[in-house]
Design a protein around this ligand. Structure first.
Ligand code: SF4
Length: 334
């Protein structure tokens, strides 16, 4: 059985933010001036336990859930993550379990996560140049640490992809070096158009480098790019390949939205369901979880939320009310 929203889109993917904390302060997601020392992160008791998150996943499997993506903040900051992965794997041997991380802690955790049942990781890295990397992440870490984590993940048998957010006037000159770095490691790299997520990244259209512009830059350097067929209609990245087989993807939420096939729900660390990355509010399910609701009762509530869903923000971005206050991306995990 699968449940569909008001536009006929099934709930197939659940993104779970397991923490709102991060060891980076990326300027387009968690700028330090807004997420500094005085920022009130969620208190321990406000955050769902792994058992509670597992109950939510258990409730959605009979409704057609196929994929869980573990995100944050930075999910590798939360203790015993492999215990949670093992809980999810225990629910369904076919469930596709993925993790999005900034990669700095990946070398330390890759093997335990793989043994616990994790299938693959998506690593966010926006520059190969050290200074550029440190200025975007507002950290003292280096791309070398991230690539060491990526190599460890590959050695363990985890599938690996790389994501890079491109912002005009900031890191478009990193596109070519990132394609080279990923091609050498036989990893697909996906370039993401800078998005107006949350309320803290001072987004404007001029700072967007479109997928088309990125492809032109890549073709000018590497030669022809060939479009690849989509593996699944709800895939966010449109994939292309170079003559040598290097896979390059583009996530074009601004210039070429993909809301029509969006099958993603999001669960925040404090236990609310969000039906869109650009939602202004979520629906609390923590209360019923803490009142001991069964997975059937949780499923009933999420079914009510999903069947009413009509989100398609990226398609109506230009017409949307400019006073909107969408939830922060770091709070619901991108
Ligand atoms: S804008 Fe919302 S509805 Fe559209 S693809 Fe993104 S998350 Fe899905």
């Amino acid at each position: 059985m699968s449940i569909e929203d008001s536009m006929g889109r099934p709930l197939r993917d659940l993104r779970i933010s397991i923490t709102d904390r991060c060891n980076f302060r990326c300027t387009y997601c968690m700028p330090r001036e807004k997420f500094g020392a005085e920022h009130a992160f969620l208190a321990k008791q406000e955050i769902l336990s792994y058992e509670e998150m597992t109950t939510v996943v258990e409730s959605l499997l009979p409704l057609g859930l196929k994929k869980v993506r573990i995100t944050g903040g930075e999910p590798l900051l939360r203790k015993d993550l492999s215990v949670f992965v093992a809980m999810l794997r225990g629910l369904d041997s076919e469930l596709d379990i993925a993790l999005t991380t900034n990669g700095v802690l990946l070398e330390r955790h890759a093997s335990t996560l793989f043994e616990a049942g994790l299938n693959r990781v998506t690593v966010s890295i926006d520059a190969v140049n050290v200074e550029m990397f440190q200025s975007i992440t507002d950290s003292k870490n280096t791309p070398k640490e991230v690539f060491t984590g990526i190599e460890k993940a590959q050695q363990c048998g985890l599938g690996v992809k790389v994501n890079c957010v491109v912002k005009s006037g900031v890191n478009e000159q990193e596109i070519i070096p990132l394609v080279q770095a990923c091609s050498q490691r036989k990893i697909a790299v996906r370039f993401i158009e800078f998005m107006d997520v949350g309320t803290t990244n001072n987004w404007n259209l001029e700072s967007v480098v479109t997928g088309e512009e990125m492809r032109q830059q890549i073709m000018n350097h590497f030669g022809n790019l060939k479009k690849s067929p989509a593996q699944h209609p709800s895939d966010v990245a449109r994939m292309w390949s170079l003559e040598d087989g290097t896979e390059i993807g583009f996530i074009e939420s601004v210039s070429n939205p993909f809301c029509g096939n969006c099958t993603r729900a999001r669960l925040s660390a404090h236990g609310s369901i969000y039906t869109c990355l650009f939602s202004e509010s979520g629906v609390d399910i923590r209360s019923i979880l803490r009142f001991g609701a069964t997975s059937v009762e949780v499923a009933k509530l999420i079914q009510e939320i999903w069947t009413k869903r009509k989100d398609r923000y990226s398609e109506i971005r230009g017409e949307a009310d400019t006073e909107r206050k969408p939830v922060e991306m770091s709070f619901i995990g991108g």
